[in-house]
Structure formats: C-alpha cells, structure tokens
Design a protein around this ligand. Structure first.
Ligand code: NAD
Ligand code: UDP
Length: 329
C-alpha cells in the first residue's frame, strides 16, 4: 500500500472512530454558539437545540447552511426524541444573565429542572455522556473565598435570583441521581462569569453593559459602590475547558469549577473599560437584591483533572470584546 493510501485510510479510520454526534442545547446563545463552532470545526456532527429565548439564529448563521449541522427550534422543557444515535450532550440551555433569567422566573426554573430531566432521559436512552452547564451561582453569596467545589454555598432560596441558583442546584442533584441510579455518564461544570465576542449587547451583564455604554458615550452604570468582586473568564478559554471536561474518563463526574481566578472589583473593571474607551463617565445605581459580594474560583481541580487553566488576561479579552462590539455596533 502506498503512503498516500495509508494516510487516507488513517483519516477515514480517525473520522469514523473519533467524530461524534453531539447534541448542544442553548446552541444559539453566547457560550453555546462558540462551543458549536469549535466542535463543528473539529469534524463532529452537531444537533443544535434552542428556543431562541436569549439566543439568536445569527449567532450560528454560518453553521446553519453547512453539512454536519442541524438546528432544531425547541424548548427543552418539552421532551424530545431523536432517531440519530447521540454520543455527547452539552446541556447549556438557560438564560444566564440576572436581568433575563428573572423576566420569567418560573420558566427559568422549569428550564433547568424539567429541561435537564429531559436531557438526562435522552442520555439514558442513547447511552450518551451528558455535560451539565452549572454555575458559580450555586455558591450564592459565598462565605468561603475563593470557592472550592466542596463548598455547599449560601443561597437565598426565596429571593429573586433563586429561580436560577436553586434550579441549577437541583439540576446538579438530578445529574448525580441519574448517575447513581441509572449509571448515566454525567459531567458537571460550574462556570464563573464569562465574557467575550458574541455576548448579547442588551442582556444586562456587566462586561457587555460597560462596553456598550462606553461606546455610546453613555455613563457606565456601577451598581452599589462597585466594591463587589467577580473573576472574568474569556469565552475561548471556557470552551476549551468545557471540551476537556467532556473528554475526561467516564468516572470523572465533577463538579469542576471553570473560571479565571483573577479577581477584580466592579469599579476596577469599570476603570479598565474607561482606560480603553476614552471620554467615559461613571454613574452609580442601586445594588440589586442578593447580589453576591465576592466571587473567585479555586481551579485546582480543573488543573489536576483537565490540565486546564485560562490563558487570556482580562486586558487582552476586553480588547478583543471591545473590537467585536465596535465592529457590530
Ligand atoms: P445565553 O443566554 O447567551 O444562552 C443561553 C441559550 O439557551 C440561549 O440561546 C437561549 O435561547 C437558550 N435557552 C434558554 N432557555 C431555553 C429552553 N427552555 N429551551 C431551549 N433553549 C433555551 O447564556 P450563556 O452565557 O451562553 O450561558 C450558557 C450556559 O452557561 C447557561 O446554562 C448558563 O447558566 C451557563 N453559565 C454561563 C455563565 C456566563 O458567564 N456566561 C456563567 C455561569 C453559567
Ligand atoms: N453590574 C454593574 N453594572 C451593570 C451590570 C452589572 O455594576 O451594568 C454588577 C452587578 O451588580 C454584579 C456584577 O456587576 O455585582 C456582575 O453582574 P452580572 O449581571 O454580569 O453577573 P452576576 O455575576 O451578577 O450573575
């Protein structure tokens, strides 16, 4: 056999054994669209599900006409059956910004609780791996700092953020119960504040708000005195971590924190944006109820299990995000 034909055979063998059929819920959203593009680019077949609540068809427009990509407009609180054998499920469907998840809190809870149940059933039927996008919000207003995965959290169960926080906590519970009771191969990640190109300009999250306000020469809205902290992860780093987690051995379930441990006050973030977009003023507004006072991931577990840590600094990530919003004004 010639060298050329053995290379062709190797590529055929590789694509047949390694290329997966992957279901991504929330695929038209900010993180889901980045994840869809990366996995599609790696040669996998993507079945993208989204109800377009906070996501947009334009986020995945370049994929929609391509082979190995199918878009299904569907709300995951309704069951779904798929004929094609699924290998991996990434369950990302849920509004993520406080402004958007509080607009219809009952639907937000249903999305995480009933939605994950539907996806776990699908994983059980297809013997598929399922990765659940959980959140640093499971730690609530944390009394432990930085937050390790062993910390059980400090969540107000009846406050305005509970529809998201408690529903995500319940979703984690369901994942681990399906794992223990039915042997479903689950992977739970807890995502900390993530930003980057592709964020919706009007979903109210701090990075998109500050940049869009500054570009429109409007005052930057700082809630409270700006002393609360967050740790911001660039979206490409997060996507690498999500895929690395899915690729771990089946016995690795998590939870695993995925975030950038560099912590900033909101005032420091505002100052950075002001330094990058000149001529900007600050204005101070009331702090929303139950707004966590601090947040910073301990990522020791992610480093050990996934060999993963973020690479993009906040300065570099903000520069890229500002360029994106300038281009898409
Ligand atoms: P996003 O709002 O941009 O995307 C969420 C997507 O889910 C949207 O396309 C939306 O239309 C879709 N969706 C919502 N409810 C649905 C439903 N019932 N059925 C089908 N589709 C539905 O948010 P994101 O920032 O891309 O977040 C993605 C996931 O990551 C979410 O599960 C979120 O909780 C989690 N997460 C994100 C962050 C972050 O900082 N971005 C932090 C922690 C956790
Ligand atoms: N925030 C702010 N101004 C804004 C939007 C948000 O000061 O225009 C603050 C918000 O009160 C919180 C932090 O920035 O302390 C992060 O808010 P975001 O909604 O992005 O995410 P959260 O971590 O609260 O879910």
């Amino acid at each position: 056999m010639s060298n050329k034909s053995s290379i062709v055979l190797f590529i055929l063998f590789f694509t047949q054994t390694c290329a997966k059929t992957i279901l991504i819920t929330g695929a038209a959203g900010f993180v889901g669209s980045h994840l869809s593009k990366k996995l599609h680019g790696q040669g996998h077949t993507i079945i993208a599900i989204d109800n377009l609540l906070t996501g947009y068809r334009k986020n995945i427009q370049e994929l929609i006409s391509q082979p190995r990509f199918v878009f299904i407009e569907h709300d995951i609180i309704e069951p779904i059956t798929l004929d094609q054998k699924i290998d991996w499920i990434f369950n990302l469907a849920s509004p993520a910004s406080p402004k958007r998840y509080q607009q219809d809190p009952v639907h937000t809870t249903k999305t995480s609780v009933i939605g994950v149940l539907n996806m776990l059933e699908l994983a059980k039927q297809h013997n598929a791996r399922i990765l659940q996008a959980s959140t640093s919000e499971v730690y609530g207003d944390p009394l432990q700092h930085p937050q390790t995965e062993n910390y059980w959290g400090n969540v107000n169960p009846i406050g305005p953020r509970a529809c998201y926080d408690e529903a995500k906590r319940c979703a984690e519970t369901l994942c681990f119960d399906y794992h223990r009771k039915y042997g479903v191969k689950v992977k739970v990640i807890r995502i900390f504040n993530t930003y980057g190109p592709g964020m919706s300009p009007d979903d109210g999250r701090v990075v998109s708000n500050f940049i869009c306000q500054a570009l429109q020469k409007k005052p930057i809205t700082i809630y409270g005195d700006g002393s609360q902290t967050r740790s911001f992860c660039y979206v490409n780093d997060l996507v690498d971590g999500i895929i690395a987690m899915m690729e771990t051995d089946p016995e690795i379930t998590g939870p695993v924190n995925l975030g950038n441990p560099d912590e900033y006050t909101i005032l420091e973030l505002a100052q950075k944006v002001k330094d990058m977009i000149l001529g900007v003023e600050f204005c101070f507004k009331a702090l929303p109820q139950d707004d966590p006072t601090k947040r910073k991931p301990n990522i020791t577990r992610a480093k050990q299990l996934l060999g993963w840590e973020p690479k993009i600094s906040l300065d570099e990530g903000l520069k890229r995000t500002i360029e994106y919003f300038q281009k898409h004004k």
